[in-house]
Design a protein around this ligand. Structure first.
Ligand code: BGC
Length: 786
């Protein structure tokens, strides 16, 4: 808990903009993850392109204006970002469609001007609702204009790349409209022209979630389709690596791409389609994604786990068997291709041989792995030892989690619809794993530390409240400072040796301010706009909020822009997750960030959720295991912690502050809480963030069942529980109810929150023990911070 006030005022940002060794190394890692994340959806042999391809006709809205990540808290400000055009140029290819790309740029700039003019009008009537609306309604990129005869002739090549990009982000769900989930007419016509006029037509999808493919399917002559997702700062380079075969694609989808949006279970009970937008019933219950499509044999566009390679593999299960708590498999994988090295993803699925009813999934993913790079002809053995617990179900009638007796089928392969049947094993008698009624009766014993206990004894109710409510979104300029941090704890205790700790967003890296100024008195101001909406601020205000590099010292923080979580998950590579976590932890250390507000492990329930790119997948095991790797990686650097979020059921952005996600306890536990359970039980996440929404009618932050009964008593979670930003207060969750339910830190926190909590304390709505418990957790993280 640092004892020298002077040390607390330290700023770790660099005074030089030189590329550090860490930045260079992490950037290489970002490129490695990005290439492994790319999913090849279709290929008639056109890919990889030979090095003889020296000219490419490049079109589409993401060609030059590639989308690197999401909008809002998921944005990451890296030193530079490589667009698809840049990546191809750096690969040594000439782009022969500059007239089209330049026209697009003009259209983009005009659109941006109009957007800014409109936004500046709106911001004049400044209030928090308008601000939230503006943050959620970023400038939407145009789709480009028609490809003309001249464009085609001038391009003078037989190879074309058409990039379809879509933005999405916080506070807004995607729409089914042309231009978002669907293609616009211009895009359809352009693609048709490309498919007809070029011998090789490659479509690149640069979106953080799936899209409607029906129109594309109708166009003959599209030779290859690459789903690149949002790949961070190395986007263009990673794509070029895969297009030219420097890397063999090994990414696999983590969601099901349905033929039509309406095919998704529960698609009419999502966002603004819900019959009551305040109370969204998950009518599909546990039949999320492939659990529904596969069980019901509903044809899909691309199944969960799908992904092509440039080579092919032979996978043979050599042996398998049952132990007391696990079942194991020994698998031989051989690269049987002749030309390309590659990595193979293996999924292990199990399903009941005789299902009780149609609601029971035919298969569920219980484990997965990925081989190292195998050269042509090379083989390797992969061993799986999978806890039987992964097949457990929650029985609502008895309140037990159990493994049912019966015969189970085992399947091997990544693609859920094409995995091979391996054999069966028998569970002779039902095994009870958790007796939830008993767990609930248990006391949750909080870890105690003598130094902290002594400190707590000296704190009055007001002081405890000061610790349990954050220090605001904008730094008060005191204590430890990290430009770009979105929150910190109180700076009121600095003199007593209690430092403030800083939190920064993720998940695609550590979101920090790239360049700032620091005045002689220590005042820090950003040099670039911290969030895109700053562009809308009237010139004078924007200027006031920005630093002056002529007057003050410039400080730099360059971090790595990694692929978004959904892309990272597409690698199916747990070791890479751990490496990414380690890289993030090192950057946090370098700049003095204590808590990273990531990973976000909500389940992708519907393709239109605006934050799908921040989430991993539609499957709890894939999500939980990949996120565990990241958590372990980050926390190998001492004093750095993750914040798993958003607990729980933040599966849409529409009406996110007020809606309730409603489902049975079975669905909640088997699908939506499962990734959190996996992460909490397999790593020790330093912090957890509650969701904005309600779960079954109770705000996540006030939810005694979720926080106290499940998280703390059942899973014995000892870390810090914080709220999502501005989710407590006024017409949202109540301060005292939240702290009582298990929240330790209200973020970002305001004077109003403190006042209300103190009032509630005086009126007896919250007891001192709850405040002490919360302060204890806050102090524990502070104590560990370096
Ligand atoms: C988001 C969180 C984020 C927080 C701080 C909220 O709006 O939902 O995911 O960590 O802001 O930026």
């Amino acid at each position: 808990m640092g004892d020298k006030t002077k040390k607390m005022y330290e700023i770790k940002a660099s005074f030089s903009d030189d590329v550090s060794e860490l930045e260079r190394k992490n950037r290489q890692l970002a490129r490695r993850i990005a290439t492994e994340a790319i999913v090849l959806l279709k290929n008639d042999g056109t890919l990889p392109l030979s090095e003889d391809v020296t000219k490419i006709a490049l079109y589409g809205n993401g060609a030059r204006r590639t989308i690197y990540g999401g909008n809002g808290s998921g944005e990451v400000n890296s030193r530079e970002q490589i667009s698809i055009e840049d990546g191809l140029l750096q690969h040594g290819v000439s782009i022969t469609t500059n007239p089209w790309l330049d026209r697009y740029e003009q259209q983009w700039l005009r659109g941006k001007e109009e957007y800014l003019a409109d936004g500046r009008e709106k911001i004049k009537k400044f209030n928090t609702h308008i601000l939230a609306e503006l943050i959620a309604s970023e400038y939407q990129y145009p789709y480009g204009d028609e490809i003309t005869e001249d464009d085609l002739i001038e391009s003078d090549t037989n190879t074309c790349l058409y990039v379809i990009s879509r933005q999405s982000g916080e506070g807004r769900d995607r729409t089914l409209d042309a231009g978002d989930y669907k293609l616009t007419n211009v895009e359809i016509e352009n693609l048709k022209k490309c498919a007809t006029c070029y011998e090789k037509c490659i479509l690149v999808i640069n979106i953080g979630s799936s899209m409607d493919m029906s129109e594309i399917e109708k166009i003959s002559g599209v030779n290859a389709i690459v789903y690149m997702s949002l790949l961070g700062m190395e986007s263009g380079n990673a794509l070029a690596d895969v297009l030219f075969g420097n890397q063999t694609p090994s990414g696999h989808l983590t969601t099901t791409w349905a033929i039509a949006y309406e095919d998704y279970p529960g698609s009419d009970n999502f966002g603004s389609w819900a019959s009551d937008i305040n109370s969204v019933c998950y009518t599909e219950e546990g039949q999320v994604g492939y659990r529904y499509f596969d069980s019901k044999n509903i044809p899909v566009q691309y199944p969960f786990g799908y992904g092509l390679s440039y080579t092919s593999f032979e996978t043979i299960v050599l042996e398998y068997g049952l132990k007391t708590d696990t079942f194991w498999l020994k698998v031989k994988v051989k690269n049987v291709g002749k030309q390309f090295s590659g990595k193979e993803v293996l999924g292990v699925y199990v399903g009941k041989k005789h299902r009780w009813n149609h609601e029971e999934p035919s298969k569920i993913l219980v484990g997965f792995g990925k081989t190292d790079l195998l050269n042509p002809g090379e083989e390797t053995d992969v061993f799986f030892d999978i806890p039987l617990e992964r097949m457990s179900v929650f029985d609502e009638s008895t309140n037990l989690t159990k493994i049912c007796e019966g015969e189970y089928n085992i399947y091997m392969g990544a693609d859920v619809s094409a995995c091979q049947f391996v054999g069966t094993f028998q569970i002779e008698t039902e095994q009870v794993i958790i007796r939830h009624d008993e767990e609930r009766k248990k006391e949750w014993n909080q870890n105690h530390n003598e130094e902290i206990e002594r400190m707590i004894e000296t704190l009055s109710a007001k002081e405890l409240i000061e610790l349990c409510v954050g220090n605001g979104l904008l730094s008060d300029g005191k204590g430890f400072q990290v430009p770009g941090a979105v929150g910190c704890t109180s700076t009121k205790f600095l003199k007593r040796g209690i430092r403030n700790i800083l939190m920064c967003d993720g998940p695609a890296g550590v979101r920090l301010q790239r360049r700032s100024t620091i005045s002689k008195s220590g005042k820090i101001k950003p040099l670039d706009f911290p969030l895109s909406f700053y562009e809308l601020l009237p010139g004078v205000i924007a200027k006031l909020r920005l630093g002056n590099e002529k007057k003050d010292q410039v400080i730099y923080q360059f971090v790595t822009g990694f692929p978004v979580a959904n892309a990272v998950a597409q690698t199916w590579n747990k070791a890479l997750c751990q490496d990414m976590g380690i890289a993030v932890g090192k950057e946090m250390e370098k700049y003095g960030v204590t808590l990273w507000l990531a990973p976000a492990i909500n389940i992708i329930r519907n393709p239109l959720c605006g934050r799908n790119y921040e989430y991993f997948s539609e499957d709890p095991v894939l999500t939980g295991d990949m996120a565990t790797g990241i958590v372990k990686g980050v926390q190998t650097t001492s004093g750095r912690g993750v914040t798993i979020k958003h607990f729980a059921c933040n599966n849409q952005e529409t009406n996110r502050y007020y809606m309730s996600s409603n489902m049975s306890e079975k669905t909640l536990r088997e699908i939506y809480l499962k990734p959190f359970e996996i992460v909490v039980k397999n790593s020790t996440p330093a912090a957890l963030m509650t969701a904005y929404n309600k779960v079954n009618g109770v705000y996540a932050a006030e939810n005694v069942h979720l926080l106290n009964e499940v998280l703390k008593k059942e899973w014995n979670y000892q870390g810090l529980v914080m709220t999502d930003w501005l989710s407590v207060g006024e017409d949202r969750a109540d301060e005292a109810k939240s702290i009582h339910a298990g929240v330790d830190l209200i973020m970002p926190g305001s004077k109003k929150n403190k006042k209300k909590l103190y009032q509630e304390y005086k009126e007896g709505f919250i007891q001192i023990d709850d405040l002490q418990r919360a302060a204890r957790n806050v102090l524990t993280v502070i104590k560990g911070a370096i």
